[in-house]
Write a protein that binds this ligand. Structure first.
Ligand SMILES: Cc1cc2nc3c(=O)[nH]c(=O)nc-3n(C[C@H](O)[C@H](O)[C@H](O)COP(=O)(O)O)c2cc1C
Length: 196
């Protein structure tokens, strides 16, 4: 069975640029044989957090939330494509992730950060590291940092110039790292039930 990887992206802006990187992540993971799917927070548009998924009686959560909970539970690993607003996280993606907790447990996660500037959203990436760990994921040490995004990926999401080459190199290492931890976690889940 190929590794099932969900790629999360959460900008709600009309002129969003990070979708280039999210699409690149999905495409390149698929080219490596993963069963990768984009989860676009804007498209799902969960409400501003009221009840978490687990706070609904069984079968009564909104359909979009129910479907997403099932996808998260069945995934082998996660990639979070994270932009930076005022040194912080993008609210759409944070809102989506906060709807779930136990559904995330016992799988690895990797971070692709990006921005319009040279620091490539590194500050938001750092914040996500702690949040994903709190939500029960093992955050891999390889991180892809992309900036300036418009000089790294063209409008079709293809790598351009030296920055694009650098992205391809860092992606290869990231994907190897994620695949190793995905396999490790998968085997351990098969070998022993998670303790909680
Ligand atoms: C409200 C807002 C705040 C931003 N703050 C930062 C920032 O702190 N650091 C940075 O490098 N870029 C910042 N930017 C520029 C973003 O990196 C750039 O617009 C990027 O394309 C945003 O991602 P998106 O296009 O996928 O929404 C900011 C942009 C917006 C709209």
């Amino acid at each position: 069975m190929p590794d099932r990887i969900l790629v999360f992206y959460g900008s709600y802006r009309s002129d969003r640029a990070g979708i280039r990187l999210a699409d690149y992540a999905v495409r390149t993971l698929q080219a490596r044989g993963c069963d990768a799917e984009l989860i676009d927070a804007r498209k799902l548009d969960l409400p501003m957090l009221d009840r978490m998924y687990k706070e609904y009686p069984p079968g009564e959560a909104p359909a979009t939330m129910e479907t997403l909970a099932g996808k998260i539970r069945q995934a082998d690993g996660f990639v979070f494509v994270t932009g930076e607003y005022n040194w912080g996280m993008q609210p759409g993606l944070k809102n989506l992730t906060d709807h779930f907790l136990e559904e995330w447990f016992w799988r690895p996660a990797g971070i692709f950060s990006y921005s319009a500037g040279r620091l490539g959203g590194a500050r938001a990436g750092l914040l996500w590291h702690g949040t994903l760990a709190e939500m029960g994921m093992v955050v891999i040490s390889s991180q892809v940092t992309v900036g300036p995004i418009a000089q790294t990926l063209d409008a079709d999401g293809n790598p351009t110039g030296d920055a694009g080459k650098s992205l391809e190199r860092s992606f290869a290492r990231f994907a190897d790292d994620l695949a190793w931890w995905t396999q490790a976690a998968k085997r351990q889940r098969e070998h022993e039930e998670p303790p909680f």
